[in-house]
Design a protein around this ligand. Structure first.
Ligand SMILES: [Zn+2]
Length: 64
C-alpha cells in the first residue's frame, strides 16, 4: 500500500483556506483511503491520496 499515510489524526483543515462560513472540513483516514468530511454532514468520496481528499473538501467549501 504505497499511499498509506503516517498521519492518523483528523486535523482541522486549516491549510490556508481560512473561514469558510460554517463549512468546516476535515480529512478522515479510512483504512488505506482518505476522505473529506464537513460539519454540514457532507462527505467526499474515498481517495487514495490525502491531497485528493483535501481538494474535494476545498471544492465543497467553494461550492457550498
Ligand atoms: Zn459543508
Amino acid at each position: 500500500m504505497p499511499y498509506l499515510t503516517q498521519d492518523q489524526t483528523a486535523e482541522p483543515d486549516s491549510a490556508g483556506s481560512g473561514a469558510t462560513g460554517g463549512h468546516r472540513t476535515t480529512t478522515v483516514e479510512r483504512g488505506a483511503f482518505c476522505l473529506a468530511r464537513c460539519d454540514c454532514g457532507w462527505s467526499g468520496p474515498a481517495r487514495r491520496a490525502r491531497s485528493q481528499a483535501r481538494t474535494d473538501a476545498e471544492r465543497h467549501t467553494a461550492d457550498r
